[in-house]
Write a protein that binds this ligand. Structure first.
Ligand code: DX5
Ligand code: ZN
Length: 228
């Protein structure tokens, strides 16, 4: 088995888990703690049962940080959101292979709007469904939980999916991000299977000690921390 534990891991903070009553403070704290990007979930209440942030949350956050902003669209019709997202300063947009419409067209539209493009895949969807699109992607976003809610337990079969998609990618291909259930307990296994990007919500926002939370995740990713 290949050893992936020495590569640089990108840590993205999923702001869905930020405390609503002190949202901007929470987000600024996690930025100062050293995460590499912010992950912004947008839900339409149709692709998933709930709604989350409106697209203008991106512009609001762009008002106080230069960090990369990665948008995760959990929506039926991704095309409707793209122009607004680029205007507000999003750097990468991921949409679901399970969403409606022509996946290739949405990929090209995101690129034409000068954003990076990610394709997300749900736990119950076969890894093969993303295969044909891989050469045109910057990122494959593998869900470690059913989409729509933070704080769920990581689904263990996700590890096989990470390995399967890693095998389909060339060395210089798209990166692999994992979203949902990422914690110091799971980060080591996720990275060992070939993920490059850890997206964490609860693990970063459920504590006052954001610097400590970042350290714990990165140590776990390197396999230098016992699971606790
Ligand atoms: C789930 C979202 C995730 C979520 C992750 O549908 O896409 O980004 O915030 O939350 P945790 O890290 O709590 O599993
Ligand atoms: Zn997400």
């Amino acid at each position: 088995m290949k050893d992936f534990t020495h590569k640089n891991i990108h840590l993205s903070a999923s702001i869905l888990a930020a405390e609503a009553s002190r949202f901007d403070r929470d987000v600024k704290e996690v930025v100062c703690a050293g995460v590499d990007s912010l992950h912004i979930d947008i839900m339409d209440g149709r692709f998933v049962p709930c709604t989350s942030f409106p697209t203008d949350i991106v512009g609001k956050i762009r008002g106080y940080t230069d960090l990369d902003l990665h948008v995760h669209l959990m929506v039926k019709n991704p095309s409707e959101y793209l122009e607004s997202l680029t205007n507000q300063g999003a750097n990468l947009v991921s949409f679901h292979v399970e969403s409606l419409g022509d996946v290739s067209l949405v990929i090209e539209r995101i690129k034409a709007l000068r954003m990076k493009v990610g394709l997300a895949i749900n736990p119950e969807t076969d890894a093969k469904s993303v295969k044909n699109y891989l050469p045109r992607l910057d990122q494959v976003l593998i869900m470690g939980v059913r989409p729509g809610f933070g704080g769920q337990a990581f689904i263990p079969t996700t590890l096989d999916k990470i390995a399967a998609i890693r095998d389909m990618l060339p060395e210089d291909g798209a990166n692999i991000a994992v979203d949902g259930g990422v914690s110091p307990m799971t980060a080591g296994d996720i990275v060992a299977k070939g993920a490059d990007v850890l997206i964490a919500g609860t693990a970063l926002f459920s504590t006052e000690d954001k610097i400590g939370a970042v350290e714990k995740l990165l140590n776990a990713a390197k396999g230098t921390q016992t699971k606790c």
